[in-house]
Design a protein around this ligand. Sequence first.
Ligand code: COA
Ligand code: AMP
Length: 632
Amino acid sequence: MNYKEIYQYSINEKEKFWAEQARQLKWFKEPSNILSKDERGFDRWFADGEMNTCYLCLDHQIEQGRGDQTALIYDSPVTGTVKKYSYYDLRDAVAKLAGGLQSLEVTKGDTVVIYMPVIPEAAIAMLACARIGAIHSVVFGGFAPHELSVRIDDAQPKLIISASYGIEVDKVIPYKQLVDDAIKRSKHKPAYKIFFQRKQDYDVLNGRGELDFSRLLENGAAADCVPLLSTDPLYIIYTSGTTAKPKGVVRDNGGYATALKFSMKSFYNIDPGDVFWAASDIGWTVGHSYMIYGPLLHGCTSIMYEGKPVKTPDAGAYWRVIEQHKVKALFTAPTAIRAIKKEDPKGRLLKQYDLSHFQTLFLAGERCDPPTYHWINDLLQRPIIDHWWQTESGWPMLGIMRGIELLPPKAGSAGLPVCGYDIGIFSEDGTMLDANKEGSVVVQLPMPPGCLPTLWKNDERFRKGYLEKYPGYYLTGDGGHKDNDGYFFIMGRIDDVINVAGHRLSTGEMEELVAMHDVVAECAVVGISDELRGQRPVALVLLKDGAAIEEERLEEELVTLIRERIGPIAYFKNATIVKRLPKTRSGKILRKIICNIADGVEYAIPSTIDDPLILTEISERLKERKIGMAFQ
Ligand code: COA
Ligand code: AMP
């Protein structure tokens, strides 16, 4: 069957299609109930199936004869380490840590926060939780203690697992101190804090509840996999919404494993035994789905790379890893390719490596802009597949299903709907739009397996944020259109969420922080275009009457505030004082127009604007400060 036929089958006969995919897994009890509604009325997949995701990733692979095959390659240019773990090695470490966690009375349904760099111990911690039915919540290491504390309060973990430090190129990130600081700020106090000591006894661990990761693992009695219901949560992953409170996306076990297994071959064209590399961070969904769970439950070798696309040591780093470990497919963000392009525009470094076994480059996290697409396509001479997904989906929603049919990608497009996703474009009033018309991107319910069933302890926010606007459809928060061939173009968020170097951040949260400053009467934080990072936040600030502060000082203070509260990854560098903010007569700030001015993009002056002269004022201020691509 070709893509069109398989796709139609997945939409027209959903239950049959996904029942067949579920049979590719080894269940403890096969599901007979394929699609049902739970007590809250939300769609659930395989509700009566019993399984364990860690079992599928490790024990089952060993039963299939993969014990001696490499499961993980830890490649860390920042420490000069390459270390391989066979499926046996990984299973044994995971089982022992799981036993260690059980000795601390962690059981099925308990939550565990993980705040670690990209090191194998992070994977071991995640899989150990999965083994005993504990729900992990990995928090990205680039978030500041405040953000970590918010997540600790929401997830209420029994314990937190971290490491003594992380390494950012040549900078040491003191995780132990960050964790201590976060716990000081949080209302909920986890009973234990477990630290992996990257150098022996690097930190003194004699505080209350502080334990050494390696000792806990060494002393742990190997634990068996606990049978779980398909619908039991595997993890919570927090993502930015439009407010300061992040959303705890819940992921189940059975639907997720089914979707990942299906995608490994059908989407990524990866076979058991192949080497797959998701150059992401365990703190993001990509890290969960395609660094850990997807490749392992498909019997692959996965790479954990602790480094950057550039500077560790140079812009040839990715090509070196591909050659050295015989990577078949790489998954990264367009921003990483732009970083490589900036340092090695002619691709000289790439030509030094043998990439003969390399098949496909997959890009996601943000739209791959056509110049980046063409640059890397010309250089690699291999399919470059942009694909679109969200933390909420957990696996691709749009793309070219390379394992089914290698249809030609189109520059700037995120591709065609992936099996299981019935995607449409709606106008504001909920009319389905024809080709080439820009609107809101929606997915018809039920979403396929793997997608979020709800938000952690917040069904109401799930319902309101995703399901209410267009009944019967999931609201993605993205805007875009499709062309006459059915290819979709995802052009950006239509809410207060921005994407900075592939990191999803809330401008709403930044506005709340900026507004906390003593002199600020009102503000707007918008995501303007950035050559390397795609977008970056900028604040326009209106001072309180009578407030006097130099612009540079205010900017400095706000930069420090955002860095301390959200983290350096927000890449917040500019705040500028304005006399007025552009608003509609009903008082809505015209954020999109501010971005257009900064980006030098043409725009129509809306008839609802309060006073069009404000736009000239804003433009002059941005020009004076040289903020935005239009004024460089
Ligand atoms: N822990 C602590 N700090 C972190 C961090 C982490 N895990 N990740 C980033 N930071 C810090 C950086 O050190 C930097 O701090 P600084 O302001 O003190 O210098 C700041 O956050 C901004 O980092 P970043 O945006 O990553 O800038 P960079 O110049 O170091 O690197 C890129 C730029 C494009 C190379 C890098 O952002 C990148 O590789 N992006 C790809 C992201 C990705 O793969 N996303 C996939 C999501 S699916
Ligand atoms: P995250 O939840 O962090 O994965 O971010 C998801 C958001 O990133 C989406 O809602 C999009 O706005 C954006 N995004 C991810 N991949 C793509 C893509 N291939 N094309 C366009 N936007 C993308």
